[in-house]
Design a binder for this molecule. Sequence first.
Ligand code: NAI
Ligand code: MG
Length: 339
Amino acid sequence: MSLEATLIPGDGIGPEIVAATTQALAALGAPFVWDVQHAGISGIAAHGSPLPNETLDSIRRTKLALKGPLTTPVGGGFKSVNVALRQEFNLFANIRPARSLMPGGRFENIDIVLVRENLEGFYAALEHYIPVADDPQAIAMSAGFNSRAECRRIITYAFDYALANGRRRVTIVHKANILKILTGLFLQVGRDVAQEYAGRVEMDERIVDACAMQLVMNPWQFDVIVTTNLFGDILSDLLAGLVGGLGLAPGANIGENAAIFEAVHGSAPDIAGQGVANPLAVIGAAAMMLDHTGYPDLAARFRESVRLTLCVDYIRTRDLGGTATTEEFTKALLRRIEA
Ligand code: NAI
Ligand code: MG
């Protein structure tokens, strides 16, 4: 069996960690045949656009992609390509699991899955300035929106995910005490959807700021979390911090007709080109891609090889307190996969 998929190496550390991942997938005997395409800064270099038509056409055809992080200019510059890809392919669900992979970390036995609404909220980026007197940028405005239909779709996805994966509880995270309409709708739809799952999946609700504190004080109380776009972005980095950092945190962007798998982290310009990046977030995303495409046995073997490399061989990259380079880690992982 072979399965064509788009591969976007990405910017910064992207090419280093994506190469590590494709080597490991090949050793595993994964079915993916890659159509390599560019986006972000490397899209500009290759085709003069951060999101070239060639890349879009490839994903339209394969409906499946693994992508490295893409650099987005802060403040001005082009719009986030990550956000544009999610919108173009209607990838409404962003699934970001956080699991402890190694003993001895700050927290052990963490196993939380964050389901983030991926299309609406403040990420719609309906932003503008309002001039006052001689200041053209006197007031900065942003309009966020949440639609009832999208709230229903993402919250239903979270409850179905809980059912399919044997999870007990879904926590709805909101700020409906202040953003009474914007996130009040999310909470209201959440309460409705929860009733449809009564007796099968428990429902719980938290205000986002309190949730952030509780995630640090007692993360074990959480199981599946579902929340709006901005809160999900922030809480998923927090979750990554609970289990050893961004170098370990994978994510999947899922739509009805396409899916894009990626790390939670960005292009890490501070360590790009040094050969020291941790490839495990993209590797974790590739394992999710194997699950998604119907290869759970390969995904399980992949994760077990990672566990043996980290916890039995003690080969770890710098961000995890080790000394291994990306290449040394990848070689050690390949030995475990091929054993
Ligand atoms: P970042 O996630 O790239 O880096 C934050 C910190 O974590 C840095 O110190 C970095 O060295 C470290 N780090 C990240 N991944 C690592 C890994 N695999 N191994 C070891 N250390 C790692 O966040 P930052 O610096 O805020 O953003 C850099 C660029 O990435 C920006 O242009 C941003 O817009 C973009 N970005 C792209 C994302 C995507 O493609 N989905 C997601 C987040 C940010
Ligand atoms: Mg983020």
